[in-house]
Design a protein around this ligand. Sequence first.
Ligand code: SAM
Ligand code: SF4
Length: 453
Amino acid sequence: MCSLIQKYNVPGPRYTSYPTVPYWDLDSFTGKNWEASVKKSFAESNSAEGISLYIHLPFCENMCTFCGCHKRITKRHEVELPYIKSVLKEWSLYLALFPETPIIKELHLGGGTPTFFSPENLTMLIEGILSKAQKAETYEFSFEGHPNNTTKEHLQALYNVGFRRVSFGVQDYNEKVQKAINRLQSFENVKKVTEWAREIGYTSVGHDIIFGLPFQTKEHVTKTIVKTKSLMPDRLAFYSYAHVPWIKGNGQRGYKDSDLPSANDKREQYEIGKTLLGYLGYKEIGMDHFALETDDLYAATQEGRLHRNFMGYTASKTQLMIGLGASSISDSWYGFAQNVKDLDEYKRLVENDVIPVFKGHILTTEDEIIRKHILNLMCDLETSWFNGQMQFSDLPFALQRLENMRKDGLIEINSHQLKVTPKGRPFVRNVCMAFDIRLHKKMPDTRLFSMTV
Ligand SMILES: C[S@@+](CC[C@H](N)C(=O)[O-])C[C@H]1O[C@@H](n2cnc3c(N)ncnc32)[C@H](O)[C@@H]1O
Ligand code: SF4
């Protein structure tokens, strides 16, 4: 495994979209063609499957120094109401594009820290969204809660408006690691919020754990998972720490590169974590995720319903996903668009009736085919070009690029399909990279991506 890591551990995208953000064709993107792609997608899919909403709530009281998310650190809670007002205004701008009432299949509150907002304000936000929409027959509402500030009132208020899934950021329970990432957070807090969620009636409680953090060792990962065992969350995100300090400015510079585990140590942390989670009954889902067999994410994997979008993996695929809030990314299936990140600019644009996207990409026919292959690989660990509609001109070269991985036993290929082997699972991003012709036409500034393994 060591030599494979040396060979394949290169900077690479995480494929929450294809094309990946650095390859978006910004020149041919306009607000008008974005709106047209949303209208088209809505007309095709709203009544059949509904739409998804992602709402970005960017505030956090404290800065965790490992964090790669878009956030604004503040203790001033008076920012809550004006922000909610802007999000609802942005929603009204999308509503104006829709000829009929949107049906919400999936709604996710991410951040930042959604539980920075008071339960009353979160209720107002959700009720404001739903006052102009309809919930799908089966819908999935979820949010990210910080174990240090999620209260029983938060959980109850969001439950009352339809939330049944919550995930809590845990990362690692070791104090030295927690100090390095400036995130002191006790097991007791995580236990408390997990138990509250279950008492209230949440059907899926998730924990986020990270490996590869500064000062983290295999023993720390083991101890974190042993503690996790006593709570048995329904889902676990087991993320590889993405070290991209050059993008996030000084935020991640609370420790030195030499404080990070080596690539081999990091891979061993993943292997031990994966093995322990397997013993506990968790099934690995796509990349980075584990779920108990009783969780819908597992059923979705078994039934080929698993989908990946900017929120990660989901069992509730929709063609159209609208991202509301500063920095949010939307996906109309025909195109992607990202909102401005600056909070003042976001507010100013929506107040002036402008959908606040500042960049995006409209997919070409070839992009659409490659996107399907990459989704197949990320969700099902296999893809096929048996159907002529899944073929594209660069396919023979993509297969040539995979030859080394085939020889190393990471994939199996026949004349019309490719399967990632269990040995190849940690390298699924590398397999996707072979299909990513935009990456091969123009090699990226490698600093944009974290390492693949
Ligand atoms: C928005 S936070 C979760 C909610 C809340 N703010 C909290 O921290 O508990 C989303 C998750 O992204 C993951 N994350 C953030 N930065 C990361 C990084 N640099 N590498 C890997 N995962 C990261 C963490 O696991 C974190 O729990
Ligand atoms: S990990 Fe969560 S709480 Fe910490 S800075 Fe990032 S978004 Fe905020």
